[in-house]
Design a protein around this ligand. Structure first.
Ligand code: ZN
Length: 344
């Protein structure tokens, strides 16, 4: 059993119903946070300061200027350095609490890798901004018996719910039909940073209850709130279990089983960027590409990626072979560039 730093965690140990025992429980746990943006940075900040054993940060993107208004672990230097969010967040978190194993993954969590990324986790936290990934997290959660905590936030409105396989209904019981959204996203109607922080703090509080093994007060209701209009409501969902739920009842995992037959191409909403992920696990030979690309435009290599400025576009090639093309939201343009610059 790991030692407790009784000075560092004194206020929390005083608070815990079972004192040091809860702290020990927390220090033995591993949490995967999918998305290190607005929600994810608040979640990670709380869990690392609290002394969780291992915190995995999974994020596919870089720090941008428009993130700083609400993504609390980043600063202007991270924007200038164009650091991957997972790396920038992990650097800061390690300075905050070096006793926690903070493990960054510069990855897009998808059907091919999410089980591997979350293997051995005691809890998964939703720091994403899209329903598709949430259904995927729900599949992994039910399949591998890992609780997860959902949260969504847009404008001044936010909601959260805790899914515990075998105990609560699952996310698909609550949201049976996949809806791509109603056009209201943080990129179209904006988001208030306080709404993000409040709902992520609710998520983090539920996380602490589960990880410290104090489940008496774990919520069996969904919270919905509007911080601007002063609305707060709860919706008990223990009776929402769908006896025909394809996920938690029939144990079919449609989102996880989606086989990626070709390259996965996705437009990143509101980012004017397209991501292309190869359908195989690969590792890109960055020095070789650097040599090839240096004839085409300005090339910059960092420990994590290679970046090329080419025809008003910025192309980033990650070590895993994933490519982000900034400067277009058109999939065909992105595919053309991919075949010119990467091949196949
Ligand atoms: Zn279900």
């Amino acid at each position: 059993m790991s030692e407790i730093n009784l000075n560092k965690y004194s206020r929390q140990v005083l608070f815990w119903p079972q004192g040091e025992k809860n702290q020990h429980n927390l220090q033995e746990k591993t949490v995967s946070i999918i998305g290190a943006g607005a929600l994810g940075t608040v979640l990670a900040n709380h869990l690392v300061r609290a002394g969780t054993g291992e915190v995995r940060l999974i994020d596919r993107d870089f720090v941008e200027e428009s993130n700083l208004q609400r993504q609390m672990l980043f600063d202007e230097q991270d924007v200038r350095d164009k650091l991957p969010k997972a790396i920038a967040a992990a650097d800061k978190l390690t300075r905050i609490n070096s006793e926690v194993a903070v493990v960054p993954f510069i990855e897009d969590a998808n059907a091919s890798n999410i089980e591997e990324l979350t293997a051995g986790s005691h809890l998964i936290l939703d720091g994403t901004d899209n329903m598709e990934t949430r259904f995927l997290i729900n599949d992994v959660s039910v399949k591998n018996n890992i609780p997860w905590i959902y949260a969504g936030v847009v404008h001044s409105r936010a909601m959260t719910a805790t899914v515990i396989p075998g105990v609560t209904p699952c996310f698909r019981c609550l949201f049976p039909v996949f809806e791509a959204g109603h056009g209201e996203t943080c990129d179209t109607v904006g988001v208030l940073s306080t709404a993000v922080h409040i709902i992520a703090s609710y998520q983090a509080t539920e996380a602490l209850k589960l990880l410290a093994e104090e489940s008496d007060y774990v919520r069996s209701e969904m919270i919905q709130l509007d911080v601007w209009k002063n609305d707060y409501s709860t919706f008990p969902f223990q009776y929402s279990l769908n006896p025909d739920c394809p996920c938690c009842q029939k144990k079919t995992f449609e989102y996880l089983d989606k086989k990626i037959s070709d390259k996965l191409i996705s437009s990143l909403c509101g980012r004017n960027a397209v991501q292309i992920t190869p359908n195989y696990t690969s590792s890109a030979d960055l020095p070789a590409f650097e040599k090839k690309w240096s004839r085409l435009g300005k090339v910059q290599r960092t420990p994590y990626l290679l970046r090329l400025n080419y025809n008003d576009k910025e192309i980033s090639l990650f070590k895993t072979g994933r490519v982000l093309i900034n400067g277009t939201d058109d999939a065909d343009t992105a595919k053309r560039l991919y075949s010119i610059l990467i091949g196949n």
